[in-house]
Design a binder for this molecule. Structure first.
Ligand SMILES: [Zn+2]
Length: 231
């Protein structure tokens, strides 16, 4: 056997694979799924997603609401926060929610400075997830979303094996310090007419209206024929 030949063939295959992978990414196929409306046969589904946690103040309340309503959600976590609150990540995982990568630092200027920094940040967050839950996640949400991000950053995350997902509806709890009613209204308005709703909320420490808004929204979506799923 000619080892050089095999090394060259392996390198060519690796390059071909990388090119295909990136081409795939350019078609947005590496998104967890398309945010476009589903076909008429597909049941209406809501994916509740919570970013920037865990926090001692808000995350337990959201978990209580999800337990009481028997709904599973997806948490895009910040590694730095999770290290000091492993009991919350444990509770999320043990309750059947999805624990996914958001960032270790959530520091835009640092993580978006280069593809290498981005991957290091993803890996560091995943190290924390693995240390608490025993397994890594391949699900990712870019801090701030992928909208308008440099193509090389999106390609780097996809090439690193991460499925990424943005959102198509929001409680706008990041922008509005409003009460639960206001968050509820924003979610209803932004998800109007969608069969597949990926709803953005936050479980960081100042989002104190989000648990109650989540409870009202679960009931609203149920009444309107939606079921709930995790990413
Ligand atoms: Zn975030």
């Amino acid at each position: 056997m000619n080892r050089k030949y095999f090394a060259a063939a392996a390198a060519i295959l690796a390059v071909a694979f990388a090119v295909l992978w990136i081409a795939y990414g350019r078609n947005n196929s590496t998104e967890a799924f398309s945010l476009a409306s589903a076909s008429a046969q597909t049941p209406k589904t809501v994916y509740l997603t919570f970013d920037d946690g865990p926090s001692d103040r808000v995350t337990p309340k959201i978990l209580d609401v999800l337990d009481e309503e028997n709904v599973k959600a997806t948490f895009f976590i910040i590694g730095q926060q999770a290290e000091r609150r492993d009991y919350l990540i444990k509770r999320e995982a043990e309750s059947g929610h999805t624990v996914a990568v958001h960032s270790y630092t959530h520091n835009y200027s640092e993580i978006y400075s280069s593809p290498r920094s981005l991957i290091a940040d993803i890996d560091r967050c995943n190290d924390v997830i693995e240390s608490i839950t025993g397994k890594r996640s391949d699900l990712y949400r870019f801090p701030g979303g992928s909208y308008g991000l440099r193509e090389e950053l999106i390609a780097a995350a996809a090439g690193h094996g991460m499925r990424y997902v943005d959102w198509n509806a929001s409680t706008r709890d990041a922008e509005c310090p409003g009460g639960a009613g206001q968050l509820f209204d924003s979610a209803v308005a932004t998800s109007a007419g969608l069969d597949r709703v990926v709803l953005l909320s936050h479980d960081s420490t100042y989002k104190t209206s989000t648990p109650e808004a989540t409870r009202r929204l679960i009931r609203y979506y149920r009444e309107n024929g939606y079921t709930f799923d995790v990413l």
